[in-house]
Design a protein around this ligand. Structure first.
Ligand SMILES: [Ca+2]
Ligand SMILES: [Ca+2]
Ligand SMILES: [Ca+2]
Length: 331
């Protein structure tokens, strides 16, 4: 006869099988990345032109790296992809001269000779003595360029480097699992305005966090107090984080429910106080709510419901999870 203990071990084993199965079979990084199976990697084309440094940071923020080609196959695959989506003539790639002039290496410190180094005719020429970064042209050749110029770029994540968060069933280990809620939260340390924060959470299969009860307010306040916020420099507002509610003919969560019915609407002292100037929702570090300008750059928190992903991405990628059927007609 099965004891409770046996039963528990049995279900635990089933759960682990399920996790291993989903991770191995679903080629998935983020909604905004596209998987190219011939090179077993995910890519995102950034159409907004940026300087080389900003492009590098942008990719890191997404948990990826500024793309550079490893070999001919990858150049072909990525250029085909970009031709099918965007009419760029060139993009910044993750190769520069960080240490010695005219000595090129990748963003992860690999000498260019060990990756792809097909230069265009006469390149690299360090024109004007200011060309320390590299662009890839549509014809597959490289050219050194001024790092301060702005170009489109591509971020890349290899399938191999995916770091699966088994608790949250998501390829992002920065999400913290909360057992009491059975869901995950991520404190974002790159301050953004409200709509950018909304977009980032969405691209991580999550949403800008909604507080549904006092306990969840405490979880978010606790997460906030533990985040290494003091190390983040720059121009942003301290003291509050963006959350998933907004004043759209009355305060509503991003799921459309009136805040009053969402389970938690404890405003900070005197809040809301901004009227038309403050139509977005935030939380003071102590967990109390505050209306704030949507343009204000703040930290923010994403909330991830674990079940969302398994159904959502199966549908999205047409990868139907085949249930195991017991064949009763078998002899
Ligand atoms: Ca050049
Ligand atoms: Ca919630
Ligand atoms: Ca306010």
């Amino acid at each position: 006869m099965f004891s409770h203990k046996h039963l528990f071990v049995f279900f635990l084993a089933q759960y682990c099988v399920h996790l291993a199965y989903s991770q191995a079979n679903v080629k998935f990084f983020r909604k905004d990345y596209y998987y190219l199976k011939e090179v077993r990697s995910f890519y995102k084309i950034h159409t907004l032109h940026k300087t080389w440094d900003d492009a590098k940071v942008q990719c890191e923020m997404e948990g990826a790296k500024l793309f550079y080609p490893d070999d001919d196959d990858e150049v072909t695959a990525v250029i085909d992809y970009w031709n099918s989506t965007q009419p760029f003539s060139w993009i910044f790639v993750g190769i520069s001269t960080p240490n010695v002039k005219e000595v090129f290496e990748t963003v992860d410190g690999i000498p260019i000779a060990d990756v792809y180094d097909r230069w265009g005719p006469g390149e690299p020429n360090n024109a004007g003595g200011v060309e320390g970064c590299v662009i890839l042209r549509r014809d597959g050749t490289l050219n050194d360029e001024n790092c301060a110029k702005k170009f489109p770029f591509v971020c890349k994540k290899t399938l191999e480097s995916l770091d699966w968060n088994n608790y949250c069933n998501i390829p992002d280990t920065a999400y913290e699992y909360n057992e009491a809620k059975g869901r995950c939260y991520k404190f974002h340390l790159q301050p953004m305005n409200w709509s950018d924060a909304y977009t980032v959470c969405n691209s991580e299969q999550s949403y800008l966090a909604i507080i549904n009860d006092e306990a969840e307010a405490n979880i978010l306040a606790n997460l906030t107090s533990r985040a290494p916020k003091d190390k983040v420099e720059g121009n942003y507002l301290r003291g509050a984080v963006h959350l998933g509610f907004k004043n759209n003919k009355g305060w509503k969560t991003i799921k459309g429910k009136p805040l009053r019915e969402s389970g938690y609407s404890k405003w900070g002292g005197g809040q809301p106080d901004g009227g038309e100037q403050e139509k977005c929702g935030s939380m003071f570090y102590n967990g109390h709510l505050n209306d704030i300008s949507c343009d204000q750059r703040l930290f923010f928190i994403c909330e991830h419901e674990i079940d969302i992903l398994s159904t959502d991405y199966a549908l999205r990628f047409g990868e139907v999870f085949q249930p195991v059927t017991l064949n009763s007609t078998e002899p």
